[in-house]
Write a protein that binds this ligand. Structure first.
Ligand code: PBG
Length: 340
């Protein structure tokens, strides 16, 4: 190639100069290939019941545990910034072996859903559907006599909780437990009770990840023994990720989530290519904490890193981005997308 460009005199005559299109901010804006839309960001929110501590989460500076009464005002602020959707996690007062408070009609998440939908009806309320915050052992389902999570018994529990969220007025349910067959089970359960219009946003591709560390402090959901490797995926597996995505699609998932995001961008792309539903990525607590920690040390520029990372998710194929930076991103970039 380069040899073709050489003149007899030996000087290089370049004809292809990609730098021509990088000459100014407006030129770069003209040729920009993808854009982070604020309307596609989802802000996760933690809600602590009365007996649980509220306030800033130590390992996630800028992220708070709210009281039920404080969530609607926060949603109003988010809506003004152009954030359309929140993802709810509850920290209940009562935990037991069978996660009873997960499907309590007066549970912390059910009360929060009602509060948001009556105060800020246009806000899309997504409820994370899992048992780990509600079990006293911290696992995502009901345990059998060997201490393993019993898949099919857990499905029934998820179905009850999904119905209680539906009755409270939730807009989307997001099962994050990784039980086999739960999307099909939930679809049938919801349809059977008149909720056929309620979408399921499935954590289809969810890995057993060290990046969840700060979340488990935030949501008080660390397993008291063992780990989640018996139900969450093994990080090196990509073919299996596609299989999980296709199974959930087949069972009726409306939106597929890949989680975590940063270390799994290849799978955001892979899932995007094998499916025709919206693909979300969840940039998890550890991803947030790493950026915050390095920025606080003055080692990186937080805003640039966040902009670059979110742009990367879009480039990888994410239609929806769940991120703890949603609010601050919207504050910095207004209600239109940024010049990334
Ligand atoms: C579990 C759940 C987890 C997260 C979302 N839902 C934790 C886990 O599986 O251990 C993690 C989110 C984050 O780290 O930000 N129901």
């Amino acid at each position: 190639m380069i040899r073709d460009l050489l003149r007899p005199s030996g000087t290089v005559e370049l004809t292809k100069r990609p730098r021509r299109l990088r000459s100014s901010p407006t030129m770069r804006d003209l040729v920009r290939e993808s854009e982070v839309r604020i309307g596609s960001l989802v802000q996760p929110l933690f809600i602590a019941d009365e007996g649980q501590p509220a306030g800033e989460i130590a390992s996630m500076p800028g992220v708070f545990r709210y009281r039920v009464d404080d969530v609607a005002p926060e949603c109003r602020t988010l809506a003004k910034l152009g954030i359309n959707a929140v993802l709810l996690f509850g920290i209940p007062d009562r935990k037991d072996a069978v996660a009873s408070s997960a499907h309590d009609p007066a549970g912390v998440v059910q009360r929060t859903i009602r509060a948001i939908k009556s105060a800020v009806p246009e806000m899309l309320v997504i409820a994370d559907l899992c048992n780990c915050e509600y079990t006293d052992h911290g696992h995502c389902g009901i345990l059998d006599e060997n201490g393993e999570v019993d898949n099919d018994a857990t499905l029934e529990l998820l179905g009850r909780t999904a119905l209680s969220y539906a009755e409270a007025g939730v807009d989307i349910v997001a099962p994050s437990d990784m039980m086999d067959g739960r999307v099909g089970y939930l679809r049938a359960t919801l349809d059977g009770s008149g909720y056929s219009a309620l979408p399921i946003m499935s954590y289809a591709v969810k890995f057993a990840s060290g990046f969840y560390g700060p979340f488990r402090e935030a949501a008080d959901s660390t397993p008291h023994f063992g780990d989640r490797r018996g139900y969450q995926m093994d990080p090196p597996n990509a073919r299996e990720a596609v299989r999980e995505a296709l199974l959930d699609l087949d069972e009726g998932a409306d939106i597929l989530i890949v989680k975590p995001a940063l270390a799994y961008m290849d799978l955001i792309r892979a899932v995007r290519e094998v499916s025709d539903v919206p693909v979300a990525c969840y940039s998890v607590s550890g991803e947030y904490a790493m950026v915050k920690a390095a920025a606080r040390n003055g080692w990186i520029d937080e805003d640039r890193i966040v902009d670059e990372t979110l742009a990367g998710f879009v480039r990888a194929g994410a239609d929806i981005i769940i991120t703890y930076f949603a609010k601050s991103y919207a504050q910095r970039h207004g209600t239109r997308g940024p010049a990334a």
